[in-house]
Ligand binder design. Structure first.
Ligand code: MG
Length: 395
């Protein structure tokens, strides 16, 4: 991971996934710091109203919406502005290609893959909140970033913490990295209790306010599994030296242990504004209105080992990481399909990990060294997971 950057007076920023929770938070930080940033392009999925509002907030020059049915609405909502409006998947990739110093890649899911790769090709900074780019297409994304000279700045709070604590020139001195996990809302439930959790319960995260998909991933701990894979891609540390530690208060965002016994940790209130600000302003630091940490008021921070039996998603992710090839892509696609089925009340909570495991078992391992191969693995996994869900519903 390179750390070179050209410091400019005004940094040009694009935001892909501008209507999601990370994208919207990034837009507010950009809008509130006109002395630092100017918006170039923003892109969203299908919420024309939210996208138009964000476009006006940051004064975006190019606004892309993936859903072509929303083009006319978006165009109308932005009438009277100088914004250029476009629709379709190609338009989102076009947004990623508009020259910018920092491109925030925050589209949720596999849809973020092609735009993230296009952003990497610019050779500037890609502030990466789209886990899937690294999880599914890690080999491809890292190669594209390396070729173009792009810097991948993690926006995920854990990876931002590691980035801030990791002395990249002394990687040989790093002994372990430790990803912290809140443990989600079901940390203390037994497997029998988990079988009966309702959608409403799973959508209540104790510490972080996030989108529905990532909130479910946080409950199953698949989110941490994906983050484990992400960490292995981002940092030069062997996968067996990456640990997961449950820390319910989400104050320590992750840690780096060195050979001399030192452990560097990054702390902060659980608020995505901080890691987004780190990525936007790095290597400088910018002001955010986030709550300041009051450790005396908190009193205590607690820790426990994760339970691989109650949280099988962690085990599945670690197995996918060590098997390599397309396993992480299959894991991710099957999980997306299973979570969508849970959100649609088609399957139970414990079925999510079951569907993922079945899908991994149904498909043979293949290489994932090109985008085409990654996409083939993704679509095969979606088909297999959908079939597994239908079998479950028929049973
Ligand atoms: Mg995270």
């Amino acid at each position: 991971m390179g750390r070179e950057i050209t410091v400019m007076s005004i940094r040009r920023v694009s935001i892909l996934g501008a209507t999601g929770s990370v994208g919207a938070a990034a837009a507010i930080l950009v809008a509130n710091a006109p002395e630092r940033f100017e918006a170039v392009a923003i892109a969203g999925g299908r919420d024309a109203e939210a996208l138009a509002k964000t476009a006006r907030l940051v004064n975006a020059k190019f606004v892309a919406i993936a859903d072509t049915n929303q083009y006319a609405t978006l165009k109308q909502l932005l009438a009277g502005t100088a914004a250029e409006v476009a629709a379709g998947d190609d338009a989102v990739v076009e947004a990623a290609k508009r020259p910018a110093d920092v491109i925030v890649s925050a589209i949720v899911g596999a849809a973020g893959l092609a735009p993230t790769l296009a952003a990497c090709d610019q050779g500037t900074v890609v502030a990466l909140a789209n886990k899937e780019s690294l999880v599914c297409a890690g080999e491809v994304a890292l190669a594209r970033a390396r070729t173009a000279g792009a810097t991948l700045m993690p926006v995920d709070s854990e990876h931002s913490a590691i980035f801030q604590c990791f002395e990249v020139d002394r990687a040989h001195a790093v002994e372990r990295i430790t990803l912290t996990a809140s443990g989600g809302p079901f940390r203390t439930l037994s497997l029998a209790e988990m079988a009966h959790v309702r959608l409403e319960d799973a959508l209540k995260h104790p510490n972080w306010d996030m989108g529905a998909k990532i909130t479910i991933d946080s409950a199953t701990m698949m989110n941490k599994g994906l983050e484990l894979i992400e960490a292995a891609r981002l940092f030069p540390v062997p996968e067996d030296q990456i640990d997961v530690l449950v820390h319910p208060q989400s104050i320590i965002h992750s840690m780096v242990s060195y050979r001399d016994g030192s452990v560097l940790a990054q702390l902060g209130a659980p608020d995505m504004q901080t890691p987004i600000a780190v990525a936007l302003a790095w290597p400088d630091r910018m002001e955010t209105p986030t709550d300041r940490l009051d450790l005396a008021a908190l009193g205590q921070l607690t820790f426990e080992a994760p339970d691989p039996v109650r949280f099988p998603a962690l085990r599945l992710a670690r197995e996918a990481l060590s098997a390599g090839g397309d396993r992480p892509a299959v894991l991710n696609a099957a999980n997306e399909v299973a979570v969508a089925a849970f959100l649609a009340r088609r399957i139970g909570y414990l079925d999510i990990a079951g569907i993922v495991e079945d899908t991994l078992n149904m498909l043979a391992t293949a290489p994932a060294d090109t985008l085409e191969r990654v996409q083939a693995a993704d679509s095969a996994a979606r088909t297999a997971a959908t079939a597994a869900i239908e079998r479950l519903e028929a049973a």
